[in-house]
Design a protein around this ligand. Sequence first.
Ligand code: BMP
Length: 359
Amino acid sequence: HPTLKQTFADRARTAAHPLTRYLFRLMDLKASNLCLSADVTTARELLTLADKVGPSIVVLKTHYDLISGWDYNPQTGTGAKLAALARKHGFLIFEDRKFVDIGKTVQMQYTAGTARIIEWAHITNANIDAGKDMVRALAEAATKWKERIHYEVKTSVTVGTPVSDRFDDSDAQEQAQTRQRDDVDGRKGSIVSITTVTQSFEPADSPRLTKSHHDQGDDAVFPGIEEAPMDRGLLLLAQMSSKGCLMTREYTQACVEAAREHKGFVMGYVSQEALNSAPDDTFIHMTPGCKLPPPGEEENGQVEGDGLGQQYNTPSRLITICGTDIIIVGRGIIEAADPPSEAERYRRRGWKAYLGRLA
Ligand code: BMP
């Protein structure tokens, strides 16, 4: 398929979904096709890890429900802090929620309840075993959310002073945001970062995308990286890495069809191989079950599993042979003696494999 030989920079121009285009730009700018699966046990560890590894990654994957001490406050909680780190370093947040239920239920799980995933996670994912209508339900929820943000921004009058995104400055941030929140149509406590939204909300693709985050005075790590568009995206869980996975070829094909039916919302897949096959497919693929052999050991495509069903392939095999775009790495990085330098090792290997695929 053409996307296997296209550069990420080219795909940043052609992908159907605005957030996918943004993600490909990040990949090109940071020379990274690495997603960290941040499966640590406490919110404090999560934020520290995100800040340290942020420069090497383009996506940070979370499982909010395995984190203890997750602070649900929409303005100052863990989600908001992660969102600030995502802006600082230039990465997207992907909550690996694997929604699977009837449409109405997944809408509520996505937008409401304790975690309010939609507020802080740019990307989430779904297992479509329950049927394709669920994808439409999530897409509708995302559209409504975007319209609400737009409305709230338009009706907020006093917003405009940039609030520090630094998560160690949460008192000042909380005060400022409380002030602003109170002015937003009486609906309090529902926006993660209204200042950011106000500075940046315009339809996707507007010229603001050229204004760098750096110019806005934040301590961005990668100058030239603009803020993410206010869109939300879904990945379909099309194939899994685990041994004995019951997802059939038919199921995977249903994911491909559902993706094509919802190009404005579905960014791509969590899969074990590239699934683009129609000429105009522009989806992105992210692949977990990725590990490098320890430094010094020879790389032969596979690495021993974890004894609990997880199976591992190396970055070069996944990217060059299986055709994935982004490798998702958890314990390979987290359990290393020095996660930031191990993340760099994965980033370099992943990028080299991508360049090799192009050649
Ligand atoms: P690790 O690299 O430590 O094995 O972690 C893999 C991560 O990716 C876990 O968070 C897991 O939930 C997720 N994952 C997976 O391993 N295989 C899949 O097919 C889909 C996943 O989301």
